[in-house]
Each structure stands twice: as structure tokens, then as C-alpha cells.
Design a protein around this ligand. Sequence first.
Ligand code: 6LW
Length: 532
Amino acid sequence: MKSVKFSKAVICFMIAASFCVDAHGQSGYRNPVIPGFNPDPSVCRAGDDFYLTTSSFEYFPGLPIYHSRDLVNWEQIGHCLTRDSQLPLKGARASGGLFAPSLRYHDGVFYVVCTNVTGGGNFFCTATDPAGPWSDPVWVDINSIDPDIFWDEDGSTYFVTQGDEGIRVTPVDLATGRKTGPERLVWGGTGGRFPEAPHIYRKDGYYYLMLGEGGTEYMHSATIGRSRYIYGPYESCPFNPILTHANRRGQGSAIQGVGHADMVQAADGSWWMVFLGFRVTEPYAYYHVLGRETFLAPVDWPKGGWPQVNGDGTVGLEMNVRTLPLHPLAKSPADMEFNEDRLGFEWQYLRNPVRGNYSLTDRPGFLRITASAFTLDEAEPVSFVGRRQTEHDFAAAASLELDARSGDDEAGMTLIQNNSHHYDLLLRKSGDQWMVQLRVRLGSLSYIAAERVAGSSRVSLRIEGNASRYAFYFAGREGQPYTELGRLDTRYLSTEVAGGFTGVMIGLYASSNGKPGGSKAYYDRFEYRVNE
Ligand code: 6LW
């Protein structure tokens, strides 16, 4: 019996950002460039290749690694943290675990520096191939978050982190992970709350220190300062914030909360910024369910050497700007038959998985998930594997057979924002009957919104989403028409309601609800289609 592994190359998750070229050869692209829960992006360049990582919190494996040749089209090539020894998530609360990473390339080596807020704090890992394998973490005794790593021209190396009062710079010996000097507060930003997400760039004799400010919600922004000395004093850019939608220009935009940015220079000399933002369900409807996503904007350096982001510091869904030569990617297949021996990189577990609970080879053509006693309500390694909801308009479906031992066993699909906010479409046995249920879990409220007799232990489940509603369906047998079970508002799975730093994931799971686990759910198909 073989456990499910995450493939390096076999099943690549292709993110096909759409693009267009007009009659004059002017190219454009569509934001976000990496849709769905992908916050705190950090980017680096190695030759003509760009690599990017984002925060992954309580999900495992941790820190997706994306590759691109044009900054527009991204393909996931792996994860940084694939071993339990690299990423202990025991007891990780929702939105615990891994916060804001930085990804850098220096002298032929890739570095990821990050914070595990659940345990261990700051660390860095290295790799010569960003697809992995990555080293075990080197833990660094600095007690603050959002670390960046910076190499100065004299060879000194620094960690740049967020402290309560502002940004700190600390010399660190990368051979040992030890501090070689004190943590020094260098800049408090421009006065916005939560000065965080620091990144330092060396340009034209200056140290440029870019921050996120305003908190990661609607007041978010990117600001920048510069100094001739790494320890400051930092002079604030007169045009701050250089990126924000928390002003009249961003009012009514479908994109809100832009900030937490990183910059990269392409081989042709052009500068680009990646940053997080979120798509509200519609302009002026102030909630979002997809989490914070990764956006892209061009950067110029006119005005006395201060960066200007996409002209006026705002961005759109359609970006009518000249790009690098585009390298479109094939789209990921919408249908999965579970015939491969590994799941694609887009799939993640909740916390360190009990590996024996998952198999693709136990019964060829099926993903077997063995129920654990844990439920989706607990901050535990529940038997679950899921992928991001990447667009408001989507359809997801799964076919399932449940080998239930008792009425306590259940399995099905879930839309999960966190342990206390999820919608479950599940199969369970009640006496002699097989029932399909639609269960709502919102904070202290948990109830069965609808249930129907399923007819057998084999069902097809389907969820369709748009900006405001999720609709839930089931079909008793292959080929039978779907019956609608109910509709639920998207709003209650939003970050505004549920809180936290993640976005909605579409999961397959099995649970024995606190009783000894062991019953098996066999999934033989999964489909995920988006309407762009
Ligand atoms: C991250 C902080 C932030 O540490 O959210 O948007 C936190 N910015 O920089 C978690 O993603």
C-alpha cells in the first residue's frame, strides 16, 4: 500500500493566466496572476527564470513554489517544505503555521526564509533546484515575523523582520543561523498600522526598504523608504504609499487590500512588483472568499529615483501594459480520474497528514481516504485533501463510494475557510438508509440544511459557485441527473465573517466523528472547472 505523494513533474499544476496581444504588438495580461489563496508573494530571478512562493499557514506541504518565464504565466513546480521534519504543524490553529516567506537566489543557491508561528519561529532552507529537495530548516533566534534575507556588497548577511514598533535589521551568520549583532529598529514606516512585510533592495547606492502597512485588510498598502546605510535613517518616499486601493482611486475597485509586495528586475532591465490583494465578490460588496491572491504590476523609477507602480499606484483586473515576452502554459486538466500514482501539487493536507490514511494504489483509479476520528471542526490532522477555489464561478464534482462501518462515518466534499466555517456535502448511513446531507458550520452554529435519501453507498456530489451563492447537488448513480440539495451564501465563508489569512479550499474528506476511524472512502473522479 503506497501513500499519496506529491509529484515533481508528472502532474503539474498549470496556471494559465490569460493574455492578449493587440494589432500593435502591445501585450497585456489579467490579474491576479496566481488566483486563489496565495498571499504574501515573494519573487526572485535566476537568469531568465522567475520563482515565487506564498504563505501556506496550516496546510501541508508548505510554501508552494511557482515558476514563470514572464511573471504572468505561473506553473507550480513543487513545495519548499515537504517533510514533517521541516514543517511541524501539530496543534496549528487555522491561519497558524507558516506566515510570509521570502524567496531569494544568491550565488547559485535558492533561499526560503519564513516563520512557523506554531513552533520554531524563524528559519531558512536552501536548495540548488527550487523544485526541491529543500534542506532541513536552519532555525534563527529572532523573535519577529515576515523575515527577509539580504546580502550586502561587503558579503554581510542580514535578516530584516517585522517587530511591534517597526522594521528590524539583524546581522545573521548563514553558516550557523546565529545572530552576529543586535536586532536594530531601522524604520517605523509612514504611520500606518502594522508596518510589516519588509524587503530590502540595493539600487543606485541606496538601500530601499519596502513595507506593507495599514494591516492586511482594506487599508493595506505598500510604502518605501531609502537610506545610504542599511541601519538607516530611512527617508520616506514623498509619493507614499506607492501602492494602495485604500484611497479614492481604489474606491469601487473589484480588487481591494493591495499591499505586502516584493519587487524583481527582469533580465531586460524592467522592474515588476508582485503583491497580494483580494477580489471582492462585486464592487462595493465588501467581502471576499478566495483569500488573498497574487497580483502583478509594472514598476518605473522616474521621480528622483522613487518607484512608481503602474503609474498611479493602483491596478486592475485587465492590465493593458507591455509585458515580457509571454510564455503561455497549458491549462491543468479539469478532470482527474486518480489514475496517476501521485496527486498534483495543487492538493494539500490539513496539518501533517497521517500518510497511511491516503492511497492512490490501494484500489487503482481511486483515491482512498481512510476516516480518522477527527472532524473538520478540529485543529487536528483530519483526513482531508483539498485545493484552492480559484474563481468565484466554478463547478467541482466528485464521485464517491463509502465503506461505512457505522452511522458515525461520513465522507464527502467540503468548502472550508477554517475549522469553524465550512459547508459540507456528505454521505452517511442512517439505519439502513444512505443519506446525502448538506451541513452548515458557521461559528457556534452547526446544522443540517438539507438531506435526501441517496439510495446506495455510491454517489456523485457537485458544487457550483458564483460570487454570491454556492449550490449543492447529488446524483445517486453514474449518469443520473443531479438533484439540487440547497444553496448557501458565499458571504458566510468570507474572510470578513470567518477571519483569518486563508481562502476557501475545496476538499475531499472522511471522518468517523470522534469514534475509532478506519472506514474507507473511495473517490474515483474529481472535476474542477472555472468560468473565466
Ligand atoms: C503576514 C503579514 C501579512 O505575516 O499577513 O499582509 C500576515 N500581510 O505580513 C499573514 O499572511
